[in-house]
Design a protein around this ligand. Structure first.
Ligand SMILES: Nc1ncnc2c1ncn2[C@@H]1O[C@H](COP(=O)(O)OP(=O)(O)O)[C@@H](O)[C@H]1O
Ligand SMILES: [Mg+2]
Length: 294
């Protein structure tokens, strides 16, 4: 009897250990893109990361926008080094990682993002080994640049989930549609989640989404998915001016509530099937693909 109980307990412990080990190895990669610039991608990415972190996830944001300084401006930190220094200057991922609010970590991509397409095999191997340091990461959010570029498409291709942000403005919707069209051309099975940012209320968000969904259905014969909306909220601009994310300085504001709803939907969603699960695998896929694209 005792033997049986002991063996059962041992099996349960072993199962739990394996479950945690497996859980730790798998990272959920979500990229955030938009057709048009300035629609709120970076604010969305950072505040979503904070919300997901507050729900108990280890979250890392990769600032992959080649344009102006981005994530760091929103959290009010100036990065001294970026991914370039990891690739070429013998720095580790930990050296360049910035500790953001609520436990999130930020990796400044900087000029290192461009270099991803020209890596030698040994540079690739070393970089993916270095990314192995982030093995405890549950969710990696990639804040990509605006528009249709090979970089953005590359990030989309290696992500498990793809969020496209648009505002209710017609030009923003048209640009989102163009990005969806190209993305689906290369990745017909890609699941694309839509977030409507800067909406007055959920009615306007619903209408905006329906317009986009209709165009995608009629002209591309494809489906997209509505993930949620973020209200147009004066607190967002205020928080940007104060260089503190709104989820931190105004946790009760309308936009924060919307972000929390989206974070809940994301954590409640089943994780798509993946061929490879670790952050090292992710980086291997990324550098391989960028090499091909380059
Ligand atoms: N939900 C929102 N409500 C009000 N203003 C917003 C909202 N989202 C973004 N903004 C405004 O848009 C600006 C650009 O946002 P940002 O996240 O930098 O866009 P992107 O990364 O797409 O270029 C912000 O500085 C802010 O003033
Ligand atoms: Mg940005």
């Amino acid at each position: 009897m005792i033997d049986q109980a002991q063996s059962l307990r041992r099996s349960i412990e072993e199962y739990k250990r394996r479950k945690t080990a497996r859980h730790r190895r798998r990272v959920r990669v979500i990229s955030v893109a938009s057709g048009k610039g300035g629609v709120g991608k970076t604010n969305f990415s950072v505040n979503l990361a904070i919300s997901l972190s507050q729900m108990g996830n280890n979250v890392v944001v990769l600032d992959a926008d080649l344009g102006l300084a981005n994530v760091d401006v929103i959290i009010g930190v100036v990065p001294r080094e970026n991914l370039y220094d990891v690739i070429f200057n013998n720095r580790s991922i930990e050296d360049i990682t910035i500790d953001g609010p609520s436990g999130i970590k930020i990796i400044p991509g900087g000029s290192g993002i461009e270099s991803l397409s020209n890596l030698s095999d040994s540079q690739r191997r070393r970089l993916s080994d270095k990314f192995g340091q982030l093995k405890d990461t549950d969710i990696l959010i990639i804040d990509t640049g605006a528009g249709i570029s090979k970089n953005v498409l590359g990030f989309m291709a290696v992500s498990d989930e793809e969020i496209i942000v648009t505002t209710p403005e017609p030009t923003s919707i048209t640009d989102a549609y163009s990005l969806i069209k190209v993305a689906l051309k290369y990745m017909p099975k890609k699941k694309i989640d839509i977030v409507i940012n800067r909406s007055q209320d959920h009615y306007e968000a619903d209408l905006t989404y329906q317009r986009l969904e209709k165009a995608v259905k009629n002209f591309l014969n494809s489906d997209i998915n509505y993930l949620g909306y973020v209200a147009d909220d004066a607190k967002v601009k205020k928080a940007v001016m104060e260089q503190t994310p709104f989820k931190v300085s105004y946790p009760e504001c309308y936009a924060s509530k919307c972000i929390d709803d989206i974070a809940s939907s994301i954590t409640g969603m089943p994780v798509p099937e993946k061929k490879a699960g670790s952050i090292k695998d992710f980086l291997n896929r990324l550098t391989y693909l960028f090499g091909k694209l380059g």
